[in-house]
Design a binder for this molecule. Structure first.
Ligand SMILES: Cc1cc2nc3c(=O)[nH]c(=O)nc-3n(C[C@H](O)[C@H](O)[C@H](O)COP(=O)(O)OP(=O)(O)OC[C@H]3O[C@@H](n4cnc5c(N)ncnc54)[C@H](O)[C@@H]3O)c2cc1C
Length: 439
């Protein structure tokens, strides 16, 4: 059955490794970090300190790849949340009334999710990890038609260099992937890139849940109100009775990372609910900032020539403005596309299939970012402006229309395509809604 290599042992790489075990005898995950023994931060994934929303679709796919993982998260005390009922959102139309959506996910920290998945792979005899090794290039056959492995170097110590051979190589090395340079070095073109940058900044702090703080919600989201108020925030209750609080500002309105500035920013959101919750809560971390958040799409699918035995997925091919919580779920959908391509013997088609997966989430994320005047990227057309007006009205209407709120929840969870919001019954309501009623 041969062997496969995955470059990068984060969420996209781990999910890809799981699928590759169905097709290859051995799967080697090469990761430049050494993994911590538990659910802890590591240098290669600095974003893990920040709130990570696991969309319901991603939750479903991960459970299908690792049956029983949800029960493990449950045993670890990870809150199960029913969207709309255990979560609450303050948006354009005010508070969205509580309702039962029947759409569930887990409110899990990024480090625990990755650790739980990694443990499953550590127990899989087909998977081996090369920790503390950095990939610096691709190895190919003599006529450079096929990728035959990678060039890896030990980090620290001996700095030993090695060629690791494999029949199939997946690059899942994230936003800073060097696949474009590696392809050029082996005689291929680098892909075109599309970048849409809303200059979003995050600041995050972890808390012990405030004692005697009574709330019905487990997760609280205060949405920004573009273009007038570029500030938003979220408070998620994760395992261990902890709250992770992320504040976000768009168009360089970056939230400060000092105590007083962080609290002032929390108070300045469209609603003060997060400030009210954390005012008396015990902080258990420093405040971390993060500003590398542009949407970046690499168009590998457009290249005229592509080497056999190679695929790029995860943030390495499509990285998003994280505020929409789509990264892990999009990686999971890409991994499903990889699985289908391998099953159908269509591995050569993989980048085109991944590009199709990215299309919807890319349009959703960048479409929202274009609401802000300071967003840089290819200019959007009139259809984006029309979409903004339509969605503005949807966001107000769903506060009084549970059916619409249900569909909106499913669309933003990537369970249902966005076209569901445009079915005739909704379109009629939306288009006859009086615009002065929007916030
Ligand atoms: C601030 C922030 C908040 C986010 N919030 C959310 C959210 O709410 N929900 C969500 O779904 N997604 C979110 N994301 C996105 C999410 O983190 C990623 O989509 C997800 O981690 C999958 O990324 P990945 O595995 O492709 O890459 P990464 O997570 O970046 O991992 C890349 C891995 O490759 C390793 N590596 C890199 N180069 C090499 C090399 N040359 N050799 C060997 N190893 C290498 C790195 O050490 C790392 O382990 C957020 C991102 C950011 C920045």
């Amino acid at each position: 059955m041969g062997s496969a290599i995955v470059i990068g042992g984060s969420m996209a790489g781990l999910l890809a490794a799981r699928v590759l075990t169905d097709f290859y005898e051995t799967v080697t995950v090469i990761e430049r970090d050494r993994f911590p023994d538990g659910p802890e931060d590591r240098a290669g994934v600095p974003q893990a300190r920040h709130l990570h929303v696991l969309l319901a679709r991603g939750h479903q796919i991960i459970e299908s790849l690792f049956p029983g993982l949800d029960a493990e998260l449950d045993a670890a005390g990870v809150p199960r949340v029913e969207l709309g009922y255990d979560t609450t959102i303050y948006g354009r139309g005010g508070w969205v009334p509580r309702f039962h959506s029947g759409v569930y996910t887990r409110s899990v920290s990024r480090v625990l999710l990755e650790y739980a998945v990694r443990c499953r792979l550590l127990a899989n005899p087909r998977v081996q990890f090369m920790e503390g090794w950095q990939v610096n290039g691709l190895a190919t056959d003599a006529d450079r038609m096929r990728v035959t492995g990678v060039l890896a170097q030990a980090r620290g110590g001996s700095r030993e260099q090695r060629t690791v051979e494999a029949d199939f190589v997946v690059d899942a090395s994230g936003r800073t992937s060097h696949a474009p340079e590696w392809l050029k070095a082996t005689g291929y073109d680098a892909p075109e890139e599309t970048v849409v940058n809303a200059f979003l900044g995050y600041a995050t702090r972890w808390y012990n849940k405030a004692p005697n703080f009574n709330q019905f919600w487990k997760d609280l989201l205060i949405a920004s109100l573009p273009p007038k108020n570029p500030r938003g925030g979220a408070l998620w209750e994760v395992e261990g009775g902890r709250w992770v609080v992320t504040l976000a500002g768009v168009n360089r309105d970056y939230p400060p990372t000092d105590e007083a500035g962080f609290m002032d920013f929390a108070r300045s959101l469209p609603h003060s609910a997060i400030y009210d919750a954390i005012r008396d809560a015990e902080p258990i971390s420093d405040i971390s900032g993060y500003q590398r958040t542009e949407n970046r799409l690499r168009h590998y699918e457009r290249l005229a020539r592509w080497p056999q035995g190679f695929a790029v997925l995860g943030d390495a091919v499509c990285a998003f403005n994280p505020v929409y919580g789509q990264g892990i779920t999009t990686a999971a959908l890409q991994v499903e596309a990889l699985q289908a391509a391998l099953r159908e013997g269509a591995a050569g088609d993989i980048q085109k299939r991944i590009a199709r997966v990215n299309q919807t989430t890319w349009l959703m994320a960048t479409g929202e970012d274009y609401r802000y005047p300071g967003t840089e990227g290819p200019r959007p057309g009139w259809s984006t402006r029309l979409m903004h007006r339509y969605i503005d009205r949807v966001q107000v209407l769903l506060c009084s229309d549970t059916d619409l709120a249900q569909t909106f929840t499913e669309v933003s969870s990537l369970m249902t395509p966005p076209t569901a919001l445009f079915k005739p019954a909704y379109a009629w309501k939306v288009l006859t809604f009086r615009p002065q009623q929007t916030a």
